[in-house]
Design a protein around this ligand. Structure first.
Ligand SMILES: [Cu+2]
Length: 168
């Protein structure tokens, strides 16, 4: 009697065990599937957010500055360097900057300052950089360096005083 019950019990226990395992597998399958769908959704959503954020930046820069999108992106990291010009010369004498950076030449000398690219007197190395004007003591001249290269310059009024700007 006890032998027969054991056999029956063993059979049903085995069957229930198999059903339980199948249910676990099915639940597990749907759990993993729903998780990957959720991850896809998360990735897609964050990409869309990034896209719209980028568009917002471009549009506002384009509106504010009236310049192309490519240029407006650079404006975010544009730096301004100051070079002081005294009766002793330009300080710092050499400067390394990135394309798009601005250099502000400040005239702290007792005379005029006319920043010009080398060579003197033709100023042909980087004509766009030529100040083509004279600022007196206290005046400033700013230039945005867009062209990569090593640009030497001088004060056209005192050609022996100069410096070099390297644009990466
Ligand atoms: Cu010159």
């Amino acid at each position: 009697m006890s032998y027969k019950n054991k056999t029956t019990g063993g059979f049903f226990t085995g069957l229930i065990g198999i059903i339980v395992i199948l249910i676990i597998i099915i639940i597990g399958y749907y759990f993993i599937k729903s998780k990957s769908v959720y991850n896809d959704y998360q990735t897609k959503t964050s990409e869309e957010t990034k896209d719209s954020a980028l568009q917002t930046v471009n549009v506002s820069n384009g509106t504010n500055n009236g310049v192309s999108i490519g240029t407006s992106v650079n404006l975010g990291i544009t730096r301004t360097f100051t070079v002081n010009y005294t009766d002793a010369g330009f300080n710092p004498n050499t400067l390394e900057i990135n394309g798009g950076d601005i250099v502000r030449f400040v005239n702290q000398s007792n005379g005029g300052m006319d920043v010009s690219s080398n060579p003197h007197p033709s100023h042909t190395d980087y004509p766009a950089f030529n100040e083509n004007a004279t600022v007196n003591a206290g005046g400033t001249f700013e230039f945005t360096f867009d062209q990569a290269g090593t640009w030497s310059y001088h004060n056209h009024l005192r050609p022996n005083l100069g410096g070099t700007i390297t644009v990466k």
